[in-house]
Design a protein around this ligand. Structure first.
Ligand SMILES: [Zn+2]
Length: 113
Protein backbone atom coordinates (compact mmCIF):
# COMPACT_ATOMS: atom_id res chain seq x y z
CA UNK A 1 0.00 0.00 0.00
CA UNK A 2 1.26 3.46 -0.87
CA UNK A 3 2.59 5.38 2.10
CA UNK A 4 -0.01 8.15 1.77
CA UNK A 5 -2.80 5.57 1.66
CA UNK A 6 -1.47 3.73 4.70
CA UNK A 7 -1.41 7.07 6.51
CA UNK A 8 -4.99 7.75 5.49
CA UNK A 9 -6.17 4.32 6.65
CA UNK A 10 -4.41 4.85 9.99
CA UNK A 11 -6.07 8.26 10.40
CA UNK A 12 -9.48 6.79 9.55
CA UNK A 13 -8.99 4.03 12.12
CA UNK A 14 -8.23 6.67 14.78
CA UNK A 15 -11.33 8.64 13.74
CA UNK A 16 -13.47 5.50 13.95
CA UNK A 17 -12.01 4.63 17.35
CA UNK A 18 -12.90 8.09 18.67
CA UNK A 19 -16.52 7.80 17.56
CA UNK A 20 -16.39 9.05 13.99
CA UNK A 21 -18.04 12.44 14.51
CA UNK A 22 -17.56 15.84 16.12
CA UNK A 23 -18.50 15.61 19.81
CA UNK A 24 -20.00 19.10 20.01
CA UNK A 25 -23.77 18.80 20.60
CA UNK A 26 -25.74 19.79 17.52
CA UNK A 27 -22.72 19.57 15.21
CA UNK A 28 -22.20 15.91 14.39
CA UNK A 29 -19.92 16.44 11.38
CA UNK A 30 -18.69 13.05 10.14
CA UNK A 31 -16.62 14.12 7.11
CA UNK A 32 -13.19 12.68 7.94
CA UNK A 33 -11.48 15.50 6.04
CA UNK A 34 -12.81 17.92 8.66
CA UNK A 35 -12.28 15.85 11.81
CA UNK A 36 -9.36 16.41 14.17
CA UNK A 37 -8.17 14.72 17.34
CA UNK A 38 -8.56 17.18 20.22
CA UNK A 39 -6.50 16.99 23.41
CA UNK A 40 -9.03 18.02 26.05
CA UNK A 41 -6.26 19.31 28.34
CA UNK A 42 -4.75 21.29 25.46
CA UNK A 43 -1.47 19.43 25.79
CA UNK A 44 -1.17 18.05 22.28
CA UNK A 45 2.49 19.02 22.12
CA UNK A 46 3.20 16.14 24.50
CA UNK A 47 2.28 13.66 21.76
CA UNK A 48 3.78 15.33 18.73
CA UNK A 49 4.90 18.70 17.44
CA UNK A 50 3.14 20.36 14.55
CA UNK A 51 4.49 19.07 11.20
CA UNK A 52 6.30 16.11 12.80
CA UNK A 53 4.55 13.55 10.62
CA UNK A 54 6.46 10.53 11.93
CA UNK A 55 5.63 11.38 15.55
CA UNK A 56 2.00 11.87 14.55
CA UNK A 57 1.99 8.42 12.93
CA UNK A 58 3.43 6.89 16.11
CA UNK A 59 0.72 8.65 18.12
CA UNK A 60 -2.00 7.30 15.80
CA UNK A 61 -0.51 3.80 15.86
CA UNK A 62 -0.49 3.82 19.67
CA UNK A 63 -4.15 4.89 19.70
CA UNK A 64 -5.15 2.15 17.26
CA UNK A 65 -3.10 -0.47 19.11
CA UNK A 66 -4.50 0.60 22.44
CA UNK A 67 -1.07 1.27 23.93
CA UNK A 68 -2.06 4.91 24.41
CA UNK A 69 -5.30 5.82 26.20
CA UNK A 70 -7.96 7.92 24.46
CA UNK A 71 -9.35 9.19 27.79
CA UNK A 72 -7.91 12.70 27.33
CA UNK A 73 -8.96 12.94 23.69
CA UNK A 74 -12.08 13.63 21.71
CA UNK A 75 -12.94 14.21 18.09
CA UNK A 76 -13.96 17.63 16.82
CA UNK A 77 -14.51 19.19 13.43
CA UNK A 78 -11.84 21.72 12.48
CA UNK A 79 -14.02 24.71 13.40
CA UNK A 80 -14.96 23.35 16.81
CA UNK A 81 -11.37 22.29 17.48
CA UNK A 82 -10.22 25.85 16.70
CA UNK A 83 -12.98 27.33 18.85
CA UNK A 84 -11.92 25.03 21.70
CA UNK A 85 -8.39 26.47 21.49
CA UNK A 86 -9.79 30.01 21.75
CA UNK A 87 -12.00 29.08 24.69
CA UNK A 88 -9.10 27.44 26.52
CA UNK A 89 -7.01 30.57 26.00
CA UNK A 90 -4.46 28.85 23.73
CA UNK A 91 -5.42 31.44 21.10
CA UNK A 92 -6.65 34.93 21.76
CA UNK A 93 -9.26 37.00 19.98
CA UNK A 94 -11.76 39.12 21.93
CA UNK A 95 -14.94 38.72 19.85
CA UNK A 96 -16.31 42.11 20.99
CA UNK A 97 -13.14 43.93 19.95
CA UNK A 98 -13.05 42.01 16.64
CA UNK A 99 -16.69 43.04 16.04
CA UNK A 100 -15.89 46.71 16.78
CA UNK A 101 -12.98 46.66 14.31
CA UNK A 102 -15.10 44.99 11.61
CA UNK A 103 -17.95 47.46 12.21
CA UNK A 104 -15.42 50.26 11.75
CA UNK A 105 -14.37 48.74 8.43
CA UNK A 106 -18.01 48.52 7.39
CA UNK A 107 -18.20 52.30 8.00
CA UNK A 108 -15.26 52.81 5.64
CA UNK A 109 -12.76 53.15 8.48
CA UNK A 110 -10.19 50.78 6.92
CA UNK A 111 -6.64 50.96 8.19
CA UNK A 112 -3.82 51.75 5.75
CA UNK A 113 -2.43 48.34 4.80
ZN1 LIG B 1 -18.16 20.40 15.05
Amino acid sequence: MARWKAGLVLRLRVIAKLGGKCVVPGCGITDPRLLQVNHRDGNGGRDFKRNDIEAARQFYRALVNGTRSTDDLDLRCANHNLLYEYERGARFCDPDIARQILDGWDRGDRPER
